[in-house]
Write a protein that binds this ligand. Structure first.
Ligand SMILES: [Zn+2]
Length: 266
């Protein structure tokens, strides 16, 4: 039980870091230097006001100095992070610590991309480059130490990356960037690299469904028109997150349709 509490607390701390990334990277600021400051009064925030979730409630959701309201999104990101730490620990329990950390790394990165795209309509290269390094590192580790299961150096994953990137790149090129951004093409390629061709196709399919449903809901509630831009990267990240937890089951169902089926979680 104590272990689960530690894992959840670790998730909260990482979620706090995710907040910093989500706030600073789109502004072009460094992540590791400079203490967090209130965006309104610029006063540096002391460590005891930076405790994940707890500080938000102790401060009654406002800056200690200027009473500027603090968004509920900050504790929400931290709680989400704690939850995925626990959930992925449960799901990868038998696969080992490295698989768990990698799953958490991918989930956390996808969540950061989703929120940045939702707020700023960009998918920063820096975050996707960090993801590629994480994927390569994990791939090498798996090859050296276990040699089975998820393998990013397989033909399937290579083809997944090439096909998804090319398809999205073509759509980007033909539409001159009006249907989707170049960042979406890069993310689609990354998804193919991580989840393989079939996994990647399922994720893109799920993203299109989720995007369509969201678009229709916004249209029906008059909060959008046909020209409203929707952040495709957010839906791809959302779909990939669902796939990590539900993909196994989806693949089992459609397995007879394919000769070989890729999966990320053993
Ligand atoms: Zn303030």
């Amino acid at each position: 039980m104590l272990l689960f509490i530690y894992i959840f607390l670790l998730g909260l701390v990482v979620g706090s870091f995710a907040n910093v990334v989500i706030y600073r990277v789109p502004r072009g600021w460094g992540i590791f230097w400079g203490r967090s400051a209130c965006p309104n009064c610029r006063k540096k925030i002391s460590w005891h006001d930076l405790i994940p979730v707890v500080s938000f409630f102790l401060l009654k959701a406002q800056c200690r100095q200027c009473r500027q309201p603090i968004s509920w999104l900050y504790p929400a990101v931290e709680l989400y992070s704690g939850t995925i730490f626990l959930l992925s620990f449960y799901f990868t329990n038998r696969a080992g610590v490295v698989d768990w950390l990698f799953t958490v790394f991918i989930l956390e990165s996808l969540f950061i991309l989703a929120l940045i795209d939702l707020k700023n309509f960009i998918l920063p290269d820096s975050i996707m480059i960090v993801m590629i390094f994480g994927v390569l590192w994990y791939g090498i580790f798996e090859q050296v130490f276990s040699g089975y299961g998820f393998n990013i150096f397989s033909f399937n994953n290579f083809i997944g990356a090439a096909v998804l990137f090319s398809a999205f790149f073509l759509l980007w090129f033909l539409s001159r960037g009006t249907w989707l951004g170049l960042g979406d093409a890069k993310l689609a390629g990354l998804i193919g690299l991580i989840f393989g061709l079939w996994g990647g196709l399922i994720i893109i399919y799920g993203a299109i469904i989720a995007g369509t449903v969201a678009g229709l809901v916004l249209l029906a509630s008059y909060r959008a028109n046909l020209k409203t831009k929707l952040p495709l990267g957010t839906f791809i990240s959302f779909s990939a997150t669902a796939y990590i937890f539900l993909g196994q089951g989806i693949l089992e169902k459609i397995k007879p349709l394919f000769f070989s089926v890729p999966f990320i979680l053993k």
